[in-house]
Design a protein around this ligand. Structure first.
Ligand code: ASP
Ligand code: MG
Length: 412
């Protein structure tokens, strides 16, 4: 008997028929001899509608505590409905809100972090032969306040519960068939990956592939619980996100991703001396702005240029902070928010040379200028003009995925 955690997103529970469909799947899994915890999101569009209400009545600044009380109702509605649908199929089920299922978080409303999960109640439900239907996205802090984990947080709830229960697998059911080599809406030849490693998924999730919340992958990686991303509309296998050792075929490039929601800021002619980078980035981090790429040039005549990227939504604020720093440091500032970051990701890059060269040549052949470059062990990212992002993704997918992804160092 296996212990399976299944998570269904908003589209999968978007209307009564879909909830009945989920109930059937969950019951099938239980009747096949498994213990099942099912974690659900709010019905499609529900959370957005609640956010709009909060914005309206809170005049754009709703109290974070009340915001969480309100938003958590979306998931509470789904768990009750799903439990009812399961009962109709003749199986036991009990719905549990965040606090009932022991989801303890810190007190940071709207973006709470999970501290601990007290699994006693969950285990009691499972031991009684029932299906535990839990609300994703929500928890409770030390003072009993309702908290939420940030948009898309149900993935993290599901994976965290799977880790806490030492489940055999966490299945994430969604409206796509799995994790693709790139966005199929842009590249029709994009294909579903059967297996990728946690690290590849982390790179792909944070680079803009919207399948899984990044935090959920971090949990799964830390506890070694495999995630199976699959469709809620059919039973075909999706994509397994697993430990690197379990990925047999280490592709040089398993994904081409892009993110148009970034902006770049350059400080020109900053003095090349200790403390300058600290002066620039300290106020950015104090403002909670997450800087992604940072490039600093070799200095000439005692000064240097420094460029970094930030989320587009933080651009205006970051630009102002950079301007203040530049004024103090005697530098000038330039910014550009019509950029895109395009990346290739793959475990096989670790042992293959020439991937970067090939990427740069492919872009050059399309006449695309590269504005910034950054690399990690399994990823190469470039920043380019936003208007070329789709062209770049298509060309890179053709070169690295469609054409077999062969070792670039072995090409003639
Ligand atoms: N319902 C929440 C949202 O829409 C959480 C989730 O679906 O993961 O962000
Ligand atoms: Mg989601």
């Amino acid at each position: 008997m296996a212990l399976v955690v299944q998570k269904f997103g908003g589209t999968s529970v978007g209307d009564p028929d879909r909830i009945r469909n989920v109930a059937r799947r969950v019951v099938d899994t239980a009747r096949a001899g498994n213990q099942v915890v099912v974690c659900v999101s709010a019905m499609a569009g529900e959370t957005d509608a609640l956010v709009a209400l909060a914005q309206d009545l809170g005049q754009g600044e709703p109290s974070p505590r009340e915001y969480d009380v309100l938003l958590s109702t979306g998931e509470q509605k789904t768990i009750a409905l799903l439990a009812m649908a399961i009962h109709k199929l003749g199986h036991g089920a009990e719905s549990l809100t965040g606090w009932q299922m022991g989801m303890q978080t810190d007190g940071a409303h709207k973006r709470a972090r999970i501290r601990d999960i007290d699994c006693d109640r969950l285990r009691r439900v499972l031991d009684a032969g029932s299906i535990a239907v839990i609300a994703g996205f929500q928890g409770v802090d030390d003072d009993g306040n309702i908290t939420t984990l940030g948009r898309g947080g149900s993935d993290t709830s599901a994976v965290a519960v799977a880790c806490a229960l030492e489940a055999d697998v966490c299945e994430i059911y969604t409206d796509v068939d799995g994790v693709y080599t790139t966005d199929p809406r842009i590249v029709p030849t994009a294909r579903k990956l059967s297996r990728i490693s946690f690290d590849e998924m982390l790179e792909m999730a944070s680079l803009g592939a919207k399948v899984l919340q990044v935090r959920s992958v971090k949990f799964a990686k830390r506890y070694g619980v495999p995630i199976h991303v699959r469709s809620s509309f059919h039973t075909a296998e999706g994509t397994w996100v697993t430990r690197e050792e379990d990925v047999m075929e280490k592709l040089i490039v398993s994904g081409v991703t892009f993110n148009r929601n970034e902006a770049k800021i350059t400080l020109r002619a900053v003095k090349d001396q200790p403390g300058v980078a600290g002066r620039v980035f300290t106020p950015l981090s104090a403002a909670g702005i997450v800087v992604d790429m940072i490039v600093q040039n070799l200095s000439r005549d005692g000064s240097t240029d420094m460029t970094f990227t930030v989320p587009q939504s933080d651009y205006a604020q970051a630009l102002k902070i950079a301007q203040d720093a530049a004024d103090e440091l005697g530098a000038t500032v330039e910014g550009n928010d019509s950029i895109a970051k395009v990346s290739v990701v793959g475990l096989g890059m670790k042992d293959h040379a020439g991937v970067a060269t090939k990427m740069f040549n492919v872009l050059a052949e399309e006449g695309i200028n590269i504005q910034m470059i950054s690399t990690s062990e399994i990823k190469i990212s470039v920043v380019l003009d936003e208007k070329y992002s789709e062209l770049a993704v298509r060309a890179l997918h053709r070169a690295f995925v469609d054409d077999g992804g062969q070792d670039p160092s072995e090409e003639s």
